[in-house]
Write a protein that binds this ligand. Structure first.
Ligand SMILES: [Zn+2]
Ligand SMILES: [Zn+2]
Length: 145
């Protein structure tokens, strides 16, 4: 049928219209949406959809390794369908989260020798950079010199 039906089946999940719709919404999405964002986008078309349902579906997708949760935004939980290694930059002014190229120096501290810290074993490092994005910093467009 369509790629999302195949995808959900491959993830070992039961196919439901909501799951399909959420997967489709997330596909290629670079905005790191919150549950509220998804709800906003979909509640008109799927009146029965609740925040809880969305949340549960997202958790299933995380378990299945399809998406991940990122902890960059201090206010809200955000979800990222892009599983390729990349870092995140959070703009304090506009609240947008940008994907930036993964900097191996930043997470490079997890080398074989340094995986242990204080007796704890590190397996994940999440790089989260914050500041003011280039769009907010500029304040004006390029023609405005
Ligand atoms: Zn900004
Ligand atoms: Zn991302």
């Amino acid at each position: 049928m369509n790629q999302f039906v195949t995808e959900i089946t491959r993830l070992g999940l039961k196919v439901t219209p909501q799951r399909l719709a959420i997967l489709e919404f997330l596909e290629g999405n670079r905005t790191h949406p919150t549950v509220e964002d998804i709800y906003h986008e979909m509640s008109e078309k799927y009146p029965g959809l609740s925040h809880t349902t969305i949340y549960n579906i997202l958790m299933k997708l995380i378990d299945a390794g399809k998406i991940r949760e990122i902890h960059v935004d201090p206010q809200r939980r955000r979800f990222d369908p892009c599983m390729d290694p990349h870092d995140h930059f959070y703009c304090r002014k506009c609240g947008n989260i940008y994907n930036i190229d993964h900097d191996p120096h930043l997470s490079g501290i997890v080398t074989q020798e340094r995986r242990m810290r204080d007796g704890h074993r590190i397996d994940t490092i999440e790089v989260s950079l914050q500041g003011i994005c280039k769009y907010c910093e500029g304040g004006k467009d390029e023609n405005d010199t």
